[in-house]
Design a protein around this ligand. Structure first.
Ligand code: NAD
Ligand code: DAU
Length: 347
């Protein structure tokens, strides 16, 4: 199979490409715009790989995508390309709709024109909104996105469904929980906290720190996507989760303990607007229908991830020395949204 992977220079896409090249004979063309989150260093060593080619470009560029699908004899598309950070979507929502929703529609249109045989849309559990203390998201949970990011992904899911129902495009949608592992951009919770701790900087925990996420090691997510790509039923949605629910504050304390850094580095900061309280995934459908289960236990995956960030300091230091500094200031600086100071809980 010849696969077009979009967004393959980001965190999950780059891990997926390495896994597929290592464990199969499939050929991959990686189409990535190289936004702030795209980084060719994530794919270092693959440049000369005989079954891999990188193309810089936008998923919304129909002519480029159409040309690639024909020239490269593409059979399947796996769409990772997205603006992926909730906090950024609060400050600048429009690009989320442009890339995540309209970009996906453009890709679907070209894929349908060219009768692509498999199309996997990488969606997220955030489309379901937020849970209370009980219950888990199933594939039939209502779509109730709360952030502009989540809404742009939910809209993309609906247009994917429409391309299956109306045009017969064999689209499958995956909705996964929070990933962690090597090459995750250090704006996301785990790499941000590891990097700050290693640099003795404060660790900004939003609100009361009791928001719960269901963590999955990135390799497990990639293996699930591979299953869906090979064996998923067109028109179906598959939830993917790690069975590792944890309140943020517990996770941050665990990271500090493993790094042998003091808890005094923790700083409670004003909450994210519209902050979803809890995510938890029921992944029984993909388990029973496609035989997928997560392999990596959270303690093991986290230790591996910490080792990777310690050993690859130059990877994240380079990122943090660039435009990232302006982002960090906007978020966490003295007049930023998450500036340290009294939180609602203190008053
Ligand atoms: P990321 O931000 O690390 O990477 C996104 C990649 O998409 C980057 O390489 C970027 O350059 C590229 N991109 C952005 N706009 C593009 C465009 N218009 N055309 C082509 N490429 C473009 O994101 P990630 O964390 O690897 O997430 C990948 C996908 O998985 C996203 O669709 C996200 O919604 C979904 N997802 C992420 C998680 C998670 O925990 N990170 C969980 C579930 C689902
Ligand atoms: O659930 C899947 C989603 O997980 C993906 O669709 C998104 O692309 C991905 O970014 C992630 O979204 P979250 O908002 O859950 O991840 P983030 O790492 O931004 O935050 C995780 C939790 O940690 C969340 O409750 C907010 C909190 N947090 C985050 C940051 C960056 C903090 O307390 N402090 C921080 O500085």
């Amino acid at each position: 199979m010849n696969i077009l992977v979009t967004g393959g220079a980001g965190f999950i896409g780059s891990n997926f490409i390495r896994l597929v090249l290592d464990e199969s004979e499939q050929r991959i063309v990686n189409l990535d715009l190289l936004t702030y989150a795209g980084n060719l260093a994530n794919l270092a060593g693959l440049e000369q790989h005989p079954r891999y080619r990188f193309v810089r470009g936008d998923i919304g560029d129909r002519a480029l995508v159409a040309g690639l699908l024909t020239a490269e004899k593409i059979d399947a598309v796996v769409n990772f390309a997205a603006e992926s950070h909730v906090d950024r979507s609060i400050d600048a929502p429009r690009v989320f709709l442009e890339t995540n929703t309209l970009g996906t529609q453009a890709l679907l249109e070209v894929a349908a024109d060219q009768q692509i045989t498999r199309f996997v849309q990488i969606s997220t559990d955030e489309v379901y909104g937020s849970l209370g203390a009980q219950g888990r998201f199933t594939e039939s949970s209502r779509l109730q996105p709360n952030s502009p990011y989540a809404a742009s992904k939910a809209a993309a899911d609906l247009i994917c469904r429409a391309y299956h129902q109306t045009f017969g495009l064999p689209v499958m949608i995956t909705r996964c929980s929070n990933n962690y592992g090597p090459y995750q951009f250090p704006e996301k919770l785990i790499p941000l906290m590891i990097a700050n701790a290693l640099e003795q900087k404060p660790l900004p925990v939003y609100g009361d720190g009791q928001n719960v996420r269901d963590w999955i090691y990135v390799d497990d997510h990639c293996r699930a996507i591979d299953r869906v790509l090979r064996n998923g039923q067109p028109g179906e949605v598959y939830n993917i989760g790690g069975q590792s629910e944890l309140p943020n504050i517990e996770l941050v304390k665990t990271l500090l303990a493993q790094l042998e850094k003091p808890e005094s580095l923790i700083e409670f900061v004003p909450d994210r607007p519209g902050h979803d309280r809890r995510y938890a995934i029921d992944a029984s459908k993909i388990a029973s229908e496609l035989g997928w289960q997560p392999r990596v236990r959270f303690a093991e995956g986290l230790a591996q991830t910490i080792r990777w960030y310690v050993a690859n300091r130059s990877w994240w230091e380079k990122i943090r020395s660039g435009e990232y500094q302006a982002y960090y200031e906007t978020m966490y600086g003295a007049s930023g949204r998450h500036a340290a100071g009294p939180t609602p809980e203190d008053s």
